[in-house]
Design a protein. Structure first.
Length: 383
């Protein structure tokens, strides 16, 4: 009887011991490093099974907030060569850079637009007869009460009303933009998005990119040129001419050597049915926006431009230089009762580079050709 009790006691102890080991294995599976605890428990129960199991290699979790590790960089010359090529390290994500000024349109084609508007191209011809003054190349459109003969007399003097010093260390030309946010199409398709205001603060797409090209050409030709990229019409369009006037005055006070002030804009031409018109010519087989100079005129009361004839003389000379070098590039100079801050120098003009239906690339090309002609007119040297 005593032997039987001892056998039963040993059997019960074995059962309790087995159950405890199983419980220990289950609990360990929920703890950090559980793989090795489970291995130990299983080793106690069945050493052969423990050896046969394939155990995963533990992975270290990244710390909260820290980036996950990138693949190791390629071996340097002092490292042992690898038998297999190593993957390139993953590039670290960088914030998107500010677009640089570029003449390349961003989209290659128009996106899908609900109810798109139509665009048509037109090459504007030079004028003649009443209301026009014909130049050696190009013309002036007379929108004033002065006679055509009066305007013709104002532009017959061959010399410019100022002297520009080539290769000077002092600035000679200032380019700025009263309406800097004016922009163009970014695709060549002859459709536009009616919801797009044709304005942007992106200097790679607005008037600043055209002004930058013009300044680049003039500086390369030895005409020391400054380019101001102030967005005078942003955030408020009203009083933008007051702001650009103050900017110009500040430059002239700091650099009295400046003789020429160019306010570079773009036009906006539409037919009565809403079709947008882009003034276009072809130069060297490439579509190029046409340009138009605007020279203001004194009206004896609200518009005071006592030296308007001198500005007009400069406009006529630039018109002739552009049209003689690049036939078809220009529309007639507009002489009208416009102020446009043109009382600050005798070389102050506004120039429209294309219109809101032209592409950025067409406008930049036009700015380049206009600046090349101006460089030659001012005595600069083109490569």
């Amino acid at each position: 009887m005593s032997l039987l009790r001892r056998c039963l006691t040993a059997l019960l102890c074995a059962v309790f011991l087995a159950g405890g080991m199983v419980s220990l294995a289950v609990a360990a599976a929920r703890l950090p490093g559980r793989d090795w605890l489970v291995r130990g428990a299983l080793l106690c129960q069945d050493p052969a099974a423990a050896v046969a199991v394939s155990w995963p290699v533990p992975m270290e979790k990244p710390r909260p907030g820290s980036p996950s590790q990138s693949p190791a960089p390629a071996a340097t010359a002092s490292s042992a060569p690898s038998a297999t090529p190593q993957p390139e390290p993953a590039a670290e994500e960088q914030p998107a850079p500010t677009p640089e000024a570029t003449a390349t349109p961003l989209p290659s084609a128009a996106p899908e637009i609900e109810n798109p508007g139509a665009i048509r191209a037109e090459t504007f011809a030079q004028g003649s007869g009443d209301g026009y003054v014909t130049l050696g190349a190009g013309s002036i459109r007379n929108l004033t009460q002065y006679s055509d003969a009066d305007l013709r007399a104002a532009v017959t003097t061959p010399s410019l009303p100022f002297d520009v010093e080539v290769n000077s260390d002092e600035p000679q030309v200032l380019i700025l933009h009263t309406h800097a946010t004016e922009t163009y199409q970014t695709w060549p398709d002859l459709v536009y998005d009616p919801d797009f205001t044709a304005r942007t603060r992106n200097t790679a797409l607005n008037m600043c990119v055209v002004g930058e090209k013009m300044a680049e050409v003039l500086n390369a030709a030895g005409i020391n040129t400054l380019h101001d990229t102030t967005l005078h019409d942003s955030p408020s369009y009203t009083e933008s001419y007051d702001r650009s006037y103050a900017t110009t005055q500040a430059y002239l006070e700091k650099y009295p050597s400046i003789k020429v002030v160019l306010d570079v804009h773009r036009d906006a031409i539409e037919d009565s049915d809403g079709t947008r018109v882009k003034p276009l010519c072809t130069v060297g087989g490439e579509d190029t926006a046409q340009v138009m100079i605007i020279a203001g005129c004194d009206n004896g009361s609200s518009i005071s431009l006592p030296n308007w004839r001198l500005n007009l003389r400069f406009a006529a000379a630039w018109e002739e230089a552009m049209e003689s070098r690049t036939s078809g590039l220009t529309r007639p100079v507009m002489c009208a009762y416009r102020y446009y801050n043109q009382d600050l120098t005798t070389g102050s003009l506004l120039i429209e580079i294309g219109g809101h239906a032209n592409t950025v690339a067409e406008a930049v090309r036009a700015g380049q050709y206009a600046a090349e002609a101006l460089a030659v007119l001012l005595g600069g040297h083109l490569d």
